[in-house]
Design a protein around this ligand. Structure first.
Ligand SMILES: [Ca+2]
Ligand SMILES: [Ca+2]
Length: 147
């Protein structure tokens, strides 16, 4: 993953080594939107850490909830065209998610980020247990160094 600030926006390029495209594969990005220095699993208020659900089909579903370390619960709503990202697939290298989020809107004070990738077609072919269909990682992306 690479991070950059472009035109007052946080640009995230995430490359995912997936061999099989599916419109239901998705990348989840959670930021500390309520400025308490950590990623919160649940949210109650408008300003809380709501995940961005970035579908491979260039759509999003809102609102979503990070229910535990691994997964994001999405409401039973139809996806809408995403204002946050575009996604391309290359059979050699997999997905490239190109994400752009308004820094002004986020007003981040902490740069902790939680990222999930869900390989939905793997989940359908090999339901758990026994096969990992999603991966996640939480780290600080170095916001101060980007400025
Ligand atoms: Ca896949
Ligand atoms: Ca938080």
């Amino acid at each position: 993953m690479t991070f950059e600030i472009v035109d007052e926006k946080l640009s995230i390029i995430a490359k995912v080594n997936d061999n099989e495209p599916s419109p239901h594969d998705w990348l989840g990005v959670v930021l500390d939107r309520n400025h308490n220095g950590k990623i919160d699993r649940q949210w109650e208020n408008e300003g809380d850490d709501k995940p961005y659900v970035l579908n491979a089909a260039n759509t999003t579903i809102e609102p979503a909830i990070l229910v535990d370390n691994l997964d994001v619960a999405v409401p039973r709503k139809l996806p809408v065209p995403s204002p946050y990202h575009t996604c391309t697939f290359d059979p050699q290298t997999g997905y490239t998610f190109n994400v752009s989020l308004s820094l002004q809107k986020l007003a981040l004070t902490s740069d902790v980020i939680h990222v999930i990738f869900c390989d939905f077609d793997a989940l359908i072919l090999h339901p758990p247990p026994g096969y990992v269909h999603a991966v996640y990682v939480e780290f600080c992306f170095g916001l101060d160094e980007l400025k």
